[in-house]
Design a protein around this ligand. Structure first.
Ligand SMILES: [Zn+2]
Length: 261
């Protein structure tokens, strides 16, 4: 078998370019303190989220017509983001209640558009629990998980295209937008979920909510998944029991930090 040297060189160039692009797009996250590989600007994230929001809503029966509940979601959301360190970020947060009564789920689009379904809201029994759900989703936004994932997808795609040589590995922004709306919220990794729980605890405490309510939420999610039906919120999330343990650790950690201040 003859190996085509020209193709190998092109593939090597694509690999180098892809790795360079990934590792040169480095940004420090002021809230989490992490260094992240992200190719998008904050404004890109905000624009992408706003563009995808109507599609996201449409997938879950549109916005709820229950104006009272809609207002509660917005109010608790705004309290979380104005009274916590999330207020120091440039994101434009908005909170929406989706009409879907059967799906037990919550989502965050990049840039600050946050959704919770009626199906999840009606299972919550306190404002603190709602603050927990919202705080977790705000965590995804602040930690820039969608942008992180897109950069990683781009990395993998670049590497894949080096294998397929020549076809070019770039997704257009429009394509990415569609992907965002349809499945980004279900494809956060395990580490990202635990980080969002940790940030959720932090934002709850900063905003004056009882962070133990997030542990209740885990129980609610666990109960909701009873039987064969696994809510989407959980399908890509670590198990509620596993999350509970980490949440308890986060509460201890932040209690000490805030106590010293
Ligand atoms: Zn999540």
């Amino acid at each position: 078998m003859r190996i085509n040297k020209g193709s190998l060189i092109i593939a090597a160039v694509i690999v180098l370019f892809t790795l360079f692009r990934y590792y040169s797009n480095t940004q420090k996250n002021e809230i989490t303190g992490e260094t992240q590989h992200i190719a998008l600007s904050v404004n890109d994230e905000i624009a992408m989220g706003l563009q995808s929001a109507p599609q996201m809503a449409a997938e879950f029966g549109g916005l709820s017509s229950n104006m009272q509940n809609q207002a509660i979601v917005k109010e608790v959301g705004q309290r979380i983001v104005t009274k916590s360190s999330a207020a120091e970020t440039p994101y434009k947060f908005d909170f929406h209640l989706l009409a879907d009564p059967n799906t037990v789920n919550a989502f965050a689009l990049p840039g600050g558009q946050i959704f919770i379904t009626e199906g999840l809201l009606r299972r919550l029994t306190s404002e603190d629990q709602l603050a927990g759900v919202v705080g977790h989703e705000v965590g995804h936004v602040v930690a820039r998980h969608s942008a992180e994932k897109m950069a990683k997808d781009q990395l993998y795609q670049g590497l894949l295209s080096s294998v397929a040589v020549g076809s070019g590995g770039d997704m257009s922004v429009a394509q990415i937008g569609q992907v965002v709306a349809s499945n980004i919220s279900m494809s956060f990794g395990r580490g990202q979920e635990l980080q969002s729980d940790d940030l959720g605890v932090r934002f709850m405490m900063e905003a004056g909510y009882d962070p133990r309510a997030l542990i209740d939420v885990m129980q609610i999610l666990k109960d909701a998944s009873g039987g064969r039906e696994v809510p989407e919120f959980q399908s890509t999330h670590p198990s509620p029991d596993n999350r509970k343990e980490h949440i308890i650790e986060s509460i201890k950690k932040y209690s000490e930090i805030f106590h010293k201040q």
